[in-house]
Design a protein around this ligand. Structure first.
Ligand code: HEC
Length: 509
């Protein structure tokens, strides 16, 4: 009895000691943070009137200086629009594009006058929650928001929505992490949806996370088709074989070159490893070690793009319309890295799949990043009925057209509409108040820690905030802060706080 009490006493003393160290550590951390915040270079608000501010379209010279395409192709600007992501051609040859940040779906009209650029655009839908995946099927336009899939009767010839909104499925996971939902109809007429993980690496609670799901065109018979897919933003079926291939973004924080972003051949019921394994059955240091059975049961990659390349859209070229040398090839948009000491990705590549399963990767359109200078980030790629290749760039708010020799491309396109930041209507005094509040929120929330390289610091900024006022408005920035990119923490901010932060960011050089 005495002995046990002694043990208890000892345990208590140990616990007290541990608690002391714990709180001591916490206090030290708080002091260190306070010192850091105190010395942060909070940039004074630079008040500028931004009336008439426009997105500077990439100029003919920029395109010439930066882009390289294979012999026999040329590149031009097809259209300009906010945050273009997924593109689909209609029967009539127009393009339906999701405009994710502003929450819209836009019709980009075909180039019927033959000058190489789109003939104009119409907003089809607005007020949506991060619309990403779109599909045209059975006379309907399907749209995937973060939490649900909806559809509208759509008349291709008129380029117009002709019916009310119909809810197809509203059980997609909401909340943090990867929030884009991609949809495609398979050769079997079923609707497929890819749903990314809620985190970088973790064990998911929602069974639909990190999967691909299959359902009927009416949203019935929902079932999980494949699992272990961290974030498969693009997928497509290979003509001929009917095999389904998906891109997948590999996890972060294992260094510059680990693990690969993947191309996977998706088969029903298979598991592609995340979060237990990466590449081909390599044990993940965080979750694989205690789950070796899951590692062993996983399916390895078909092709590695390299680490942090961020492959998003993938499309096989249309049978019969492939340029010479591209028979059976797929094109993939590599959005580009952030979790890497030097930039990589930032280009469109072609994948050539041999009969024996070997995959050869070739550059198709390079130069979105050149010597550290980023002029764009490709998000999706699609071949038009004219055989030309169209590339959505959500960073430069541009849809590029890569034409074959003899095909007209536009050297320079005028912005669809003048870029407005949304600050134009504020009085000088109101703007100053907003910007001052925004500067305080920026400092209080420690935004600089990830977005500015602090002088003398060893680590560079995770992500430099560049050209914010050319690319965002109060509306789109507020939306970004409400549902930040997967790799950025979510802050508790009121709608007014988000507006003030946006005003601050939009008035910085
Ligand atoms: C822990 C690091 C971290 C913190 C803190 C952080 N961010 Fe971020 N943020 C990121 C990363 C990483 C990205 C880039 C994500 C990507 O490209 O996928 C990002 C992206 C952004 C973007 C979009 C940039 C672009 O060019 O498209 C904005 C705007 C932004 N952050 C604003 C803020 C603001 C305002 C705060 C403070 C309230 C903040 N961030 C705090 C990590 C952080």
């Amino acid at each position: 009895m005495i002995l046990r009490e002694n043990r208890l006493n000892k345990d208590l003393i140990l616990l007290k000691k541990l608690l002391k160290y714990f709180f001591g550590g916490l206090i030290l951390l708080a002091v260190a943070l306070a010192v850091l915040v105190y010395f942060l270079p909070v940039r004074g608000p630079i008040i500028a009137f931004m009336t008439g501010d426009q997105i500077a379209p990439p100029t003919e010279a920029t395109i010439g200086d930066h882009f390289t395409v294979p012999e026999g192709f040329n590149v031009g600007i097809f259209a300009r629009m906010q945050h273009p992501r997924v593109m689909k051609f209609t029967q009539a040859g127009d393009m339906v594009v999701s405009s994710m940040r502003p929450g819209k779906v836009v019709l980009i009209k075909a180039d019927r006058d033959g000058d190489g650029a789109s003939d104009g655009q119409i907003t089809l839908l607005e007020g949506l929650n991060a619309p990403h995946g779109i599909a045209l099927h059975g006379g309907y336009l399907y749209v995937a928001e973060t939490g649900r899939i909806i559809r509208y009767a759509f008349d291709s010839e008129a380029g117009a929505i002709t019916g009310p909104q119909e809810l197809i499925f509203d059980g997609l996971p909401q909340g943090g992490g990867h929030f884009t939902r991609t949809i495609e109809f398979g050769p079997d007429g079923m609707l497929y949806v890819s749903i990314g993980s809620s985190c970088n690496v973790c064990i998911e609670e929602d069974a639909l996370r990190a999967t691909m799901v299959q359902m009927t065109a009416d949203g019935d018979d929902v079932q999980i088709y494949a699992t272990g897919l961290r974030n498969s933003v693009g997928f497509d079926w290979q003509p001929g074989s009917g095999n389904l291939f998906a891109t997948d973004n590999g996890r972060d924080w294992l260094g510059d070159d680990t693990p690969h972003c993947e191309l996977n051949m998706i088969e029903q019921g298979k598991d592609y490893g995340w979060p237990y394994a990466y590449d081909d059955k390599v044990v993940d240091p965080d979750y694989g070690v205690d789950n070796l059975d899951k590692v062993a049961a996983s399916t390895g990659l078909t092709h590695g793009f390299g680490a942090h390349r961020a492959p998003l859209g993938i499309r096989f070229l249309l049978a019969g319309l492939e340029p010479e040398g591209y028979e059976g090839a797929a094109l993939v948009a590599l959005h580009g890295s952030w979790n890497r000491s030097t930039l990589a990705g930032y280009k469109v590549v072609s994948l050539h799949l041999a009969g024996d399963g070997a995959v050869t990767q070739r550059d198709f359109l390079t130069g979105f990043e050149k010597d550290g200078d980023v002029i764009g980030r490709p998000a999706d790629v699609v071949q038009g009925p004219d055989g030309a290749i169209y590339i959505a760039d959500d960073y430069a708010a541009t849809i590029y057209k890569v034409g074959r020799a003899g095909q007209m491309v536009a050297a320079n396109a005028q912005p669809a509409e003048a870029h407005k930041t949304g600050l134009e209507s504020l009085s000088t005094a109101d703007l100053a108040t907003q910007v001052a509040l925004g500067a305080r929120l920026y400092a209080d929330n420690g935004c600089a820690a990830c977005h500015e390289t602090i002088e003398g610091a060893e680590k560079p900024a995770a992500k430099k905030l560049d050209n914010i006022k050319e690319r965002f408005s109060v509306e789109t920035l507020s939306e970004l802060l409400a549902s930040p990119p997967a790799t950025m923490p979510k802050f508790t901010l009121s709608a007014d706080d988000r507006k003030a932060l946006a005003a601050y960011l939009l008035t910085q050089e």
